[in-house]
Design a protein around this ligand. Structure first.
Ligand code: AKB
Length: 314
């Protein structure tokens, strides 16, 4: 087992639950402290130490880091794209304050590594929509995207100014079965599997041919850990890396489900999230991540559909 003491902040969300399990396998259960503002998710409670922590409480965060001898922090607490538009100032405060206070603590306490997720939401409608490159026009239109892009710049600044080893990925929509997403525009691609199994029909809040970049959670977790384990000299970008696996539309995910559940039907009732999706890339070019630290995805749409339906029906 490697000698690191890891803190995950915002561990009760979609990524945190699975990341905590994976990190506990790498570093040992007792060396990975999961924390969140809410009561422990049963998977987290049963697999290792848990602390209640408000990501905005700098004093409590510092105390926990000192008390536990934390060396690495994964800061996952965030307000996502759809929820963010309902209260933009709150989204900005939560997303930015938690990051800025952690960056300061990390420099002060000489933490070895910080992970902070970014998103394809940093891109906007002026960005090339297909095969969006690592470096391009970046004019996000959601407060979530604005906060993610500002956060990337802060991460890069702390790396250049204080040598802080902070790493980041621009996640596409993430699809998982162990924990639910919350407040994102890509959440339909998780809901659809639950509804297909329960009711054999789904009403999608995005239109039929809305293509978005997506990824199965297993790939996202492996990619995150591979990024964090990569030797420093391989991490040549301190802005977040584009990360890609697949791109599909609601019609295509429905067709993939119909291969297993032929009677499944989908209809469409686009809401405010359509506009958010229309401003995002349809597909992402992640060749820089593939080149710098050998990123490679494993799941395509049909492989993911088989895994989702199998695991959710258990
Ligand atoms: C969202 O839809 O807001 C997130 C994201 C793409 O970052 N899943």
């Amino acid at each position: 087992m490697k000698k690191e003491k890891v803190l995950i902040v915002g561990a009760g969300g979609q990524i945190g639950v699975e990341l905590a399990l994976a990190l506990r396998n790498v570093y040992g259960n007792d060396n990975v402290i999961a924390s969140d503002i809410k009561e422990a998710h049963p998977i987290l409670r049963d697999s290792g130490p848990y602390a209640m922590l408000n990501a905005m409480d700098a004093i409590a965060m510092l105390e926990l880091i000192k008390k536990e001898g934390i060396t690495q922090v994964y800061l996952l607490a965030a307000v996502l794209s759809a929820t963010g538009e309902k209260d933009p100032k709150r989204a900005w405060d939560i997303n930015m304050q938690s990051l800025l206070q952690l960056l300061d603590i990390a420099v002060q306490e000489k933490l070895t590594k910080i992970y902070w997720p970014s998103s394809i939401a940093v891109f906007g409608s002026t960005t090339p929509r297909n095969g969006t490159p690592q470096q391009t026009v970046v004019e996000p239109r959601t407060v979530y995207g604005v906060s993610k892009y500002a956060g990337e710049l802060w991460c890069q600044y702390y790396n250049q100014r204080w040598g802080l080893d902070v790493r980041s990925l621009r996640y596409p929509g993430l699809i998982s079965w162990k924990s639910a997403p919350g407040g994102g525009t890509t959440d339909y691609a998780v809901e659809i599997y639950h509804e297909a199994l329960k009711h054999k029909k789904y009403t999608c809040f995005l239109s039929e041919h809305t293509y978005l970049p997506m990824m199965y959670m297993d790939d996202a977790i492996r990619g995150t850990i591979e990024l964090m384990e990569a030797p420093q000299e391989m991490i040549k970008s301190r802005m977040a890396y584009n990360l890609s696996a697949m791109s599909f539309s609601p019609a295509e995910i429905a067709a993939s489900i119909q291969k297993h559940i032929p009677e499944f039907t989908i209809d469409y009732a686009p809401d405010f999230r359509q506009q958010i999706a229309d401003g995002w890339p349809a597909s992402i070019d992640d060749s820089v991540a593939r080149d710098h630290w050998n990123w490679k995805h494993e799941f395509d749409l049909d492989k993911m559909t088989a895994a989702m339906l199998h695991n959710l029906s258990k």
